[in-house]
Write a new protein. Structure first.
Length: 79
């Protein structure tokens, strides 16, 4: 957070993340996911988007927006 704090104001940044409904702050003041398959993407003409993609809804939305099927997607899992 020290590095992030030099680039953006931390409190509004965290409040914005919590407002998405994808994360929450636990009793130890740690940021936790509310989703099972949270994915973030950079979408041309839109910017950054994030959603739970457990059902593939985010991928289908992006495919419709781009007008093509997404074949090679890099999936990174954090444990």
């Amino acid at each position: 957070m020290e590095k992030i704090g030099k680039l953006v104001e931390v409190d509004p940044f965290v409040e914005g993340l919590v407002a998405t409904g994808l994360v929450y702050i636990d009793s130890c003041k740690e940021l936790r996911l509310l989703t099972e398959n949270c994915q973030c993407m950079s979408v041309p003409g839109v910017g950054f988007v994030g959603a739970d993609n457990k059902t593939g809804k985010l991928t289908r939305w992006l495919e419709r927006r781009l007008g093509k099927k997404i074949e090679n997607v890099l999936h990174v899992k954090f444990k």
